[in-house]
Design a protein around this ligand. Structure first.
Ligand code: AHR
Length: 862
């Protein structure tokens, strides 16, 4: 931060600033334009000129406004922006979004770099919108917007507020201004509009761009540049002192987990089901038709002489319409399921098999077996007879040998036609032995973090790709066959076998608070389906029902077993309430009018009916920008108790923004940092990312009075099925591979406190680049009376510290030291713990690139 202050001082106060100022013009022209570079994703640029001849780009190519419409990649483009200043001096930018749709984009700004929420009015039922223009019609006291629609001609609408528009009408070319000009910017022809502005305002644009450039340089700082940055630096010394008399209460829930079904985190991951596509509900649409093999037969194959079809007539449940029909032409034909990359089985382990089956003509039974890759039987059980109606059959299979890749085989005992659905195989050893439970090793690694809460079901999964893909909790409870599977926004399938019940049960099993996140009545702003993101929120006429769905979730979790929804929870096996305390509404949404209207409805309804529930609002996907600002404004206006912030940033950002929360207003909403991670350009996790997170978390502890919770994201990723990197824990069918960053989370999770103890570390170097790379925090767990000192050294040299602990201990105190260290690129470093004796004055060397944690139990408290 000191660097930032220095930078500001330089650009504001340095003498040459005033020299230049003496010769500055009173005004200049600002030219606004967009180029086709980067497939139109670079959006709005400016150039300035005093004579309208010589144009100087501000940037160059700096993005002053970004088009946030639709999906990443194919959308978020800006064509032919038109900038206009209204009578109040507010700037409006309108632009074409793409060359197909009948919508345009609008945003406004007072200063041309702080832009408020975008809106995307639909003005053409059929036809596109190009070459937009705005003018003010004095006689009518309204703004006129005209455009050209390909093959259709010119059209117009009017508005007084840029929120409501009159119905579109055709118009004449004579209504048009034709004020776009072609100028040369940095030697290239650009087309746009220009405006005369006070030089002071032009200068602000230049300063803003310079500030962002500097900020981005800081963000890009990496350890690989340390040999230059810290050339000649020798080991440093430090004095560290504690001030227990200066303590403050902090949140005791700082570290939790973010669980989203991304990267096969649920099906094929934490959910222990071993059969893939057990309900035959996989659909081409799950992958938007891009994978022709991803259909209702996915992961199933027919062996032998017969016919394998999918039918939908008389299903076991309307939510689970598809089922398999095997017509055995010659005895011996079978259906084989390949699981998720094979079915892993362990010698001596038992597996619960179940299936819904019916004989469509004969009622002969079937043999269910586990077979290896050569077809050798691992175990088999015969179900002698089945009914002509759907009925559930169960069996237990026991593996006589370990196989990483086995298959499940169902072989009817005779020729004939047989129907199967919900074919399931679970290891009996699930986490805590729960039926329909979780994979034990994976769940244990998560539990080992000692997370104080679990967020679910996302992330983007919570609000979905288009309104039809919003995650509805009611579709995920009840008998498995009655649940409503759906397309996963991450382009695969969600069986929702790990649904709301299993989630709450897991929270209880690991003693963590559930934090369900429901959609705020809008789908993901990056949706590609059904109307480009939030331009299609749940229609207001359906919001009443949706609000009730959300209220029902609270009743289901907390209601007495005699309430309508509490009864379902009790029937599922949990008569006692789950004691839900929080609910998240929205996930990093665009803060538009559409969002605000729906969020406010939901928030007020929850507040009114369940005032004891703490609502967590949302402030967009970044640590700054329009959604962050508008989200905070809304949260402050509605007095939302907490907001969910998200930021994935490079390690340099975390190093340079340790004061991010120091300046937060304590009287406003509290913060849940719901998604964050340090991202290197190669998106690898290593000591560098882990230490930058450890360092930032010391600042979070310091701000534990305003930051209530944090969760690294995403949590899980299955090798070979990863849509997002980096993730905290990687795994395959047989191994769990925690990352270096996992160990940072674990060190914090296992060593949390509820009191922050002021401390100070004085480094022998005052070079701010060195100072900001040594971070520290001290917390106290008042229950155990343990003091936990966290020391992070992101320097290439050791720091010889003298710890003055005299305010909390006498000499000869036993403590536990845990150190995570390694080469910056190390991806397999693990923390090591040892017992040490500490004295009132203790020497401790912080190794280069390390995170040290000293846990002191104050038995001989002074
Ligand atoms: O964590 C992965 C994704 O990142 C989440 O689904 C979304 O909320 C964010 O953009």
């Amino acid at each position: 931060m000191k660097k930032q202050v220095l930078f500001l001082l330089l650009i504001c106060l340095f003498p040459w600033g005033s020299i230049i100022k003496a010769n500055e013009p009173d005004s200049a022209y600002v030219f606004s334009y967009a180029t086709s570079k980067n497939n139109h994703h670079n959006c709005l640029h400016y150039a300035w000129s005093v004579d309208k001849e010589n144009w100087h780009s501000i940037g160059p190519e700096f993005q002053f406004l970004f088009s946030d419409f639709g999906a990443w990649g194919s959308q978020k483009k800006m064509y032919a922006p038109f900038l206009f200043q209204d009578l109040q001096g507010l700037y409006h930018c309108i632009w074409t979004l793409n060359n197909e749709i009948g919508q345009f984009a609008h945003a406004d700004s007072k200063d041309l770099y702080t832009w408020r929420s975008q809106s995307y009015p639909t003005v053409m039922e059929d036809g596109n919108v190009q070459d937009l223009e705005i003018s003010y019609v004095e006689s009518q006291k309204h703004y006129l917007i005209t455009w050209y629609s390909k093959d259709k001609g010119f059209f117009k609408t009017t508005t007084v507020n840029f929120k409501e528009y009159t119905p579109t009408q055709s118009t004449e070319e004579s209504d048009r201004l034709h004020i776009r000009k072609e100028v040369l910017v940095d030697g290239e022809k650009q087309i746009g509009t220009y405006h005369k502005m006070a030089w002071e305002d032009v200068d602000k644009l230049i300063k803003h761009q310079e500030w962002m450039k500097f900020h981005n340089q800081e963000r890009a700082e990496q350890i690989k540049d340390d040999p230059i940055r810290f050339a000649g630096l020798k080991d440093l010394k430090a004095d560290f002192v504690l001030y227990p008399e200066k303590s403050k209460k902090i949140s005791d829930k700082l570290v939790g987990i973010f669980f989203e079904d991304i990267n096969y985190a649920a099906d094929g991951g934490l959910y222990a089901e071993l059969v893939q596509n057990r309900g035959f509900e996989y659909d081409l649409n799950d992958k938007q038709g891009r994978d022709k093999s991803w259909d209702h037969k996915k992961s199933w194959s027919l062996k032998g002489d017969g016919n394998f079809t999918i039918e939908t007539e008389s299903p076991i449940h309307e939510n689970n319409k598809h089922f398999a029909v095997l017509e055995v032409a010659k005895k011996g034909a079978s259906l084989l399921n390949e699981g998720f990359d094979g079915i892993p089985v362990k010698a001596g382990e038992k597996y619960d098999f179940s299936v819904f089956a019916k004989g469509m003509d004969l009622t002969a039974g079937f043999v269910v077996s586990l077979v290896d890759q050569d077809g050798n039987e691992i175990d088999a059980v015969t179900i002698k007879k089945i009914s002509n109606d759907w009925k559930k059959y169960s069996a237990v299979l026991e593996a006589i040998k370990t196989e990483d890749i086995a298959f499940l085989k169902i072989q009817p005992l005779s020729e004939g036609k047989f129907a199967f659905d919900m074919v399931s195989l679970f290891p009996q050893t699930t986490f805590k032995g729960r039926k329909n439970g979780l994979r034990a090793d994976l769940a244990q690694v998560i539990a080992d973090l000692d997370p104080k809460f679990v967020r679910f079901p996302g992330g983007c999964v919570a609000h979905g790709n288009g309104i039809d893909n919003i995650y509805h909790w009611k579709h995920t409870i009840g008998s498995l066959e009655s649940r409503k599977p759906q397309r996963n926004i991450w382009n695969y399938h969600q069986s929702v076998g790990l649904g709301y019940y299993e989630y709450f049960q897991f929270c209880e099993d690991i003693n963590a608070e559930p934090i369900p996140v429901v959609a705020a009545g809008v789908p993901c702003q990056n949706s590609s389906i059904g109307g480009h993101g939030q331009q299609g929120g749940i229609p207001m006429c359906d919001m009443h029902d949706y609000v009730h769905d959300v209220l029902d979730l609270i009743e289901w979790a907390n209601g007495d077993k005699n309430t309508q929804w509490g009864k379902l929870r009790a029937q599922a096996g949990h008569p006692k309430p789950f004691n839900l305390k929080y609910i998240g509404i929205g996930n990093e949404d665009l803060i538009t009018d559409i969002f605000e209207e729906r969020f406010t409805l939901l928030y007020n309804a929850v507040k009114e009916k369940y005032p004891e529930i703490e609502v967590i609002g949302t402030v967009g996907p970044f640590y700054r920008g329009t959604d962050y600002v508008e989200g905070w404004k809304l949260a402050t206006k509605l007095q939302v108790p907490m907001v969910d912030e998200h930021y994935y940033q490079p390690p340099g950002w975390f190093i340079n923004n340790q004061d991010y929360y120091d300046k937060y207003d304590r009287s406003k909403s509290k913060v849940y940092l719901g998604e964050y991670a340090a991202h290197l350009p190669n998106r690898h996790m290593n000591i560098e990312t882990a230490l930058s997170e450890a360092l930032y978390l010391t600042a979070i502890e310091r701000n534990g009075d305003v930051v209530e919770m944090t969760s690294f994201a995403p949590l899980l990723a299955k090798e070979g099925h990863t849509q997002w990197n980096p993730d905290l824990i990687y795994f395959n069918n047989t191994e769990v591979k925690p990352t270096v960053d996992y160990y940072v989370q674990k060190m914090y999770g296992n060593n949390s406190g509820d009191q922050y103890i002021a401390s100070n570390l004085r480094l022998s170097s005052s070079d701010h680049e060195a100072v900001e790379r040594v971070a520290y925090s001290v917390v106290r767990d008042t229950e155990s009376n343990d003091y936990i000192i966290k020391l992070v050294n992101m320097l290439p040299v050791n720091v010889d510290a003298t710890l003055d602990l005299s305010s909390i201990i006498s000499d000869g105190q036993e403590a536990e030291l845990t150190v995570l260290k390694g080469e910056p690129t190390s991806r397999d470093a693990k923390p090591e713990s040892s017992k040490i004796i500490v004295n009132s004055e203790t020497k401790y060397k912080l190794p280069s690139y390390s995170f040290s944690l000293i846990r002191l139990h104050i038995s001989n408290k002074k």
